[in-house]
Write a protein that binds this ligand. Structure first.
Ligand SMILES: Cc1ncc(COP(=O)(O)OP(=O)(O)O)c(N)n1
Ligand SMILES: Cc1nc(C(=O)O)sc1CCOP(=O)(O)O
Ligand SMILES: [Mg+2]
Length: 212
């Protein structure tokens, strides 16, 4: 059975930005501060490294209720029995990803336009990463920023829950939720912050204030 999931505060890890205390400790502290999902995103190391870090993350998150998602690497996601896989439009076919991970894992898909959001198959995809809301140095190859109106249009076009991504900080949380997002996905608002737990708490407080 697929794990239940809560998109409200979704941490996307970056090995460079997390270099100070490392990805595992960053994730542990962010979850202590209220992060509900953690994505292992590492474009540098290859599958073996993803599996090693993924296993350490899985141990660190065990019993917390936070979900562990693997970015791009379906082999690593399956090897560590992650809670889910996140792919982009160019990574692999959605049907192939679903076939490889099976029915028991979550599948997230990036969308960058209302047309792509409308094309998402809710039988195959559990959530969308919608954006980018703003330009961000955390993903130099990001698509054109869409702002909050563009975010709302993407979300309105889709039938699956959405998490907003791209340049989001605590001040943006209320806008993103008002646009229809179930939560915010962030890299630099937590990774590389001197105190990732405190950074997550600030985001969490904005979510609590925005949710009626
Ligand atoms: C939650 C979330 N949303 C969007 C993305 C971006 O995925 P993708 O377009 O495949 O780009 P890369 O992350 O692989 O560079 C994401 N990772 N997570
Ligand atoms: C991983 C990722 N995906 C994006 C997309 O638009 O699909 S933007 C992004 C990076 C977000 O980093 P930050 O919170 O530091 O801006
Ligand atoms: Mg990808």
């Amino acid at each position: 059975m697929k794990p239940a999931f809560d998109l409200s505060l979704y941490l996307v890890l970056d090995p460079g930005l997390c270099a100070g205390i490392g990805m595992v400790d960053t994730a542990r502290r962010a979850v202590a501060g209220g992060a509900t999902m953690v994505q292992l995103r590492d474009k540098t190391g290859g599958t073996a490294a993803m599996i090693e870090t993924g296993r350490a993350l899985k141990r660190a998150l065990a019993g917390t209720g936070a979900r562990l998602i693997v970015n791009d690497d379906v082999e690593a996601a399956v090897a560590i029995s992650a809670d889910g896989l996140h792919i982009g439009q160019g990574d692999m076919a959605v049907a192939e990803a679903r076939a490889r991970i099976g029915e028991g894992m979550l599948l997230g898909l990036s969308v960058e336009s209302p047309a792509l959001a409308a094309a998402v198959d809710p039988h195959l995809v559990d959530y969308i990463g919608a954006g980018p809301v703003f330009a961000t140095p955390s993903k130099p190859d990001h698509k054109a920023p869409v702002g909050f109106d563009g975010l709302a249009a993407q979300i309105a076009a889709s039938t699956v829950p959405a998490v907003a991504i791209g340049g989001l900080k605590a001040d943006h949380v209320a806008h993103a939720l008002r646009a229809g997002a179930r939560g915010v996905a962030v890299v630099s608002a937590i990774c590389g912050q001197p105190d990732p737990e405190a950074a997550a708490r600030v985001l969490r407080a904005e979510i609590a204030a925005a949710v009626p």
